[in-house]
Design a protein around this ligand. Structure first.
Ligand SMILES: Cc1cc2nc3c(=O)[nH]c(=O)nc-3n(C[C@H](O)[C@H](O)[C@H](O)COP(=O)(O)OP(=O)(O)OC[C@H]3O[C@@H](n4cnc5c(N)ncnc54)[C@H](O)[C@@H]3O)c2cc1C
Length: 328
């Protein structure tokens, strides 16, 4: 399918990009690698009249243990020896995203700001017309939860967010009003059209700050999808923990993605396990607590009950791969 017509803008600094965003307010999108936005445009999914490309910006390409620039490509994370040594969960997560060609072009900013997806939304215009469209594009009703005409249940599928939540990272955003930072864990909300990203008018993501304390954590990621070679996640689980001198848990963080319209931090559900020492029984208890705290909707190919059950399995698997004390 062809791209629709839009006016293309190619600023050379983040400030110019932010000014263009402010100028065209509701009728503008940002494009970085274009691996998600452009297929959506071809399917006529909420296209805008103006598109601001970030491809001509200098900078925003840091790839270090303390900072990922918004324009850092996923393949750069995947190949970073520095990250592999200090924050291997980021390398593991980046490698799980889509496929090698898409990781060559896809960026950190595009992955974090990824639009929500849904079985009823990511379809051709003809397919959607046959269902009378949905709340997220041109329709008046959510087709996932048909009683809903004011809440969209599409799924957030970005994967880096889950890993960055458990590492305690924060986003740096820029608009014509200035810059602000917000913890990744606080940036997303469970609503699939607008609020899933707490992105204020005209804001761009410029980078992600990772605290030094993240390097004290042992962390891993696991992903459920139909075809390992390319598919979006039907579930992603990131886990991070730290043991104190006595070998007991003194930090424990779990975050899922692809279940609801936001990545879900499960820190509250696992807080009661702090002070305990790793064992197979504890891994099972943590997994069950995470599953009980999770909610999934029928909005991506795999069954929601199955995806929810797999939260327990994946938490156990991630822990087991990180240290044998969780399995024997
Ligand atoms: C077949 C296929 C499979 C895929 N599989 C996966 C997968 O398994 N896991 C996964 O996580 N993703 C997947 N993706 C989605 C996508 O390829 C990646 O998420 C990629 O990282 C997006 O980056 P991009 O730079 O191409 O984003 P773009 O397509 O350029 O942008 C994506 C969104 O982010 C916004 N945006 C981009 N940069 C910024 C910025 N700096 N500030 C504010 N907003 C911004 C855009 O406006 C747009 O809404 C898949 C895509 C396809 C087509």
């Amino acid at each position: 399918m062809d791209l629709p017509a839009f006016e293309y803008h190619r600023p050379s600094t983040p400030a110019e990009a932010a000014a263009l965003m402010a100028r065209f307010s509701d009728d503008v999108d940002v494009v970085a690698g274009g691996t998600d936005l452009l297929p959506n445009y071809k399917n006529r999914l909420n296209n805008k009249g103006h598109v601001v490309s970030l491809a001509g910006l200098d900078g925003l390409r840091e790839c270090t243990t303390s900072r990922l620039g918004a324009l850092t490509r996923l393949v750069e994370i995947e190949r970073s020896a520095e990250l592999a040594a200090a924050l291997p969960v980021l390398v593991q997560t980046a490698k799980a995203i889509s496929s090698p060609p898409l990781r060559e072009h896809g960026t950190v900013g595009g992955n974090l700001m990824l639009d929500t997806r849904c079985y009823y939304f990511n379809q051709s215009p003809m397919w959607r017309a046959s269902k009378n469209f949905c709340l997220k594009a041109e329709g008046g009703q959510c087709l996932v939860v048909p009683a809903s005409n004011d809440h969209c249940y599409a799924t957030y599928s970005g994967e880096l967010a889950a890993a960055l939540v458990v590492l305690g990272a924060e986003l740096e955003l820029l608009s014509s009003e200035g810059a602000r930072t917000v913890p990744v864990a606080d940036f997303f909300e469970d609503e699939g059209i607008v609020r899933f990203r707490d992105r204020r008018a005209g804001e761009l993501l410029v980078g992600v700050n990772i605290p030094d304390a993240a390097q004290e954590l042992t962390a891993g990621y696991n992903k459920l999808r139909i075809r390992d070679s390319i598919d979006f996640p039907s579930l992603g689980v990131a886990v991070a923990y730290r043991l104190d001198a006595s070998g007991a848990l003194d930090r424990l963080h779990v975050c899922t993605t692809a279940l609801r319209s936001k990545p879900d931090s499960l820190d509250e559900a696992v807080a009661g396990f702090l002070g305990r020492t790793p064992s197979p029984d504890l891994a099972a208890e943590i997994g069950t607590a995470c599953m009980k705290a999770s909610v999934a909707y029928r909005n991506v190919p795999l069954d929601p009950k199955y995806r929810r059950k797999m939260v327990a399995v994946f938490v156990r698997r991630v822990l087991g791969r990180l240290d044998e004390r969780w399995t024997s």
